[in-house]
Design a protein. Structure first.
Length: 202
């Protein structure tokens, strides 16, 4: 069974910080790698400044995302932050932009440029690496092919998450780079006379 390809994404290697003044308002940007919702909440608590005028934010966790304007006009802060995250190609990330109002209104367009632009510059200077898309799957095979299958997994650098057995033979949960999925499926078939199967986990 084929698996759809994914566009490579970037992950932060360490926290990133950026600060800029625009028409007397100060914008302070904090960005960090996050794995789950709990980590986004913790990061927000760490970097928000209750004395500031606004603490606006956005996060991207795979297909899941959220953003907040924190009192700025709708869609002028959180949404541009998220757009900058996606535009720079990042995933598993949260960005908080804190604004200290300086007395001059920026208008809708000015706010969008300020929040989106400061986020983009923060991420452009950040240290990052490519997230290699991966898939999890289940291998089933007769016991007689245990050695051959283990060798294939080692050669392809497949991560074995769990290995069990049932009445029909081996049951191995694996994680593999998406690009190597079809190669694994073919090698399993060729080295087990078609008796081994590989199916993706939902």
């Amino acid at each position: 069974m084929s698996v759809p390809t994914e566009k490579p994404r970037l992950k932060l290697l360490q926290k990133s910080y950026y600060e800029v003044e625009i028409k007397h308002s100060r914008f302070v940007v904090h960005a960090d790698y996050v794995e789950n919702l709990a980590e986004t909440l913790e990061f927000f608590k760490q970097v928000k400044d209750d004395s500031a005028t606004h603490n606006c934010w956005a996060y991207r966790l795979g297909q899941s995302y959220r953003f907040a304007d924190d009192g700025e006009p709708a869609s002028t802060a959180g949404k541009p932050i998220l757009a900058a995250i996606d535009g720079q190609g990042f995933d598993r990330i949260m960005v908080v932009v804190t604004r200290y109002y300086g007395g001059t209104k920026l208008g809708v367009g000015g706010l969008i440029r300020a929040y989106g632009g400061s986020t983009s510059r923060c991420l452009q200077q950040a240290q990052s690496e490519t997230i290699i898309p991966s898939r999890r799957g289940i291998i089933r095979a007769p016991f007689s092919y245990t050695g051959a299958i283990h060798q294939i997994l080692v050669e392809l650098g497949v991560a074995r998450l769990e290995e069990n057995h049932d009445t029909e033979g081996l049951v191995i949960s694996i994680e593999i780079a998406t690009a190597d999925w079809s190669t694994l499926a073919e090698q399993l078939k060729n080295n087990s006379r078609g008796t081994a199967s590989l199916r993706p986990l939902a």
